[in-house]
Design a protein around this ligand. Structure first.
Ligand SMILES: [Zn+2]
Ligand SMILES: [Zn+2]
Length: 273
């Protein structure tokens, strides 16, 4: 099944309308498309939905479902930021829970994925150059998703490494770093969350590999975790960006299946068809 459950449109920071994305999905041979606007996370995330845009977003996706539902299965989802509103609302078919902001030692909250300069400055200034302190702050937040019953999917597991191409910030294989990530993964697997292989940073030119990095993906596989493949799409041309690479990375890590959303809920779909 060709599906993407992580899709942003004009109601948050995506470039395209719901209808443009639906038409692109049809052109690209998708079976199913899920929308996942950034849920209410004001004031930290200015582009996240407010009440008015949330209502318009829901209306727009449901309208697209009514018009195109015979040709494309359309799901209404939400990407919930851990600092924002909890979407336990049954109106949504699924919830992606993500950490975009972390607390720095002076008590402020700062984005990990806003720009290479700001991330580097945060590590140098707020964490006094201690990369592991930065990573600990991130994974301490991420772990909390294990205690969010509404969350189906963990968004971009190692987003804190968005600007680490060429190990510009820190070695990917530092055992002390991996320990922090693996501890969070253990808790998330125990809570039965699904992990994304997310190609969003590839389409934006920041990374040559999807999240999560290969060592962590392998760890998820060997510890019985479940995965799905998403593009974190913000522009319609990227709706299936890197999907072939993501499938290959999943197979290389030992997965035979990815999870897909169906009328029966999340079910496994073979990677070998
Ligand atoms: Zn996100
Ligand atoms: Zn997203």
């Amino acid at each position: 099944m060709k599906q993407n459950l992580h899709t942003h449109c004009q109601f948050c920071d995506g470039k395209d309308t719901v209808e443009e994305l639906v038409r692109t999905a049809l052109d690209k041979g998708f079976d199913s498309l899920g929308f996942s606007s950034h849920g209410y996370a004001h004031p930290l995330d200015a582009c996240s939905l407010d009440d008015e845009r949330e209502a318009a977003y829901i209306y727009s996706v449901l309208e697209a479902r009514a018009r195109y539902g015979d040709r494309l299965k359309i799901w209404l989802g939400i990407e919930e930021d851990l600092t924002g509103r909890i979407y336990a609302d049954p109106a949504f078919d699924y919830v992606i829970a993500s950490v975009h902001f972390i607390p720095v030692p002076d008590g402020q909250w700062k984005a990990v994925d806003y720009s290479p300069e700001l991330t580097r400055e945060m590590i140098q200034t707020d964490f006094q150059g201690d990369f592991l302190a930065y990573a600990r702050a991130y994974y301490n937040e991420l772990k909390k998703i294990a205690h969010r019953p509404e969350a189906d999917i963990v968004g971009h597991l190692d987003l804190l490494m968005k600007y680490n191409e060429g190990e510009a910030l820190h070695p990917f294989d530092d055992p002390a770093y991996l320990d922090l990530a693996m501890e969070a993964i253990d808790e998330l697997i125990a809570a039965d969350k699904i992990f994304e292989i997310n190609t969003g940073a590839m389409s934006r030119g920041y990374r040559s590999e999807p999240y999560p990095q290969a060592l962590l993906l392998k760890y998820i596989q060997t510890h019985g975790g479940k995965i799905c493949i998403t593009s974190d799409c913000h522009a319609r041309d990227n709706l299936d960006c890197g999907f072939d690479i993501a499938r290959n990375r999943a197979k290389a890590a030992g997965f035979d299946q990815v999870m897909v959303l169906t009328e029966q809920g999340f079910v496994p779909d073979s990677l070998w068809d």
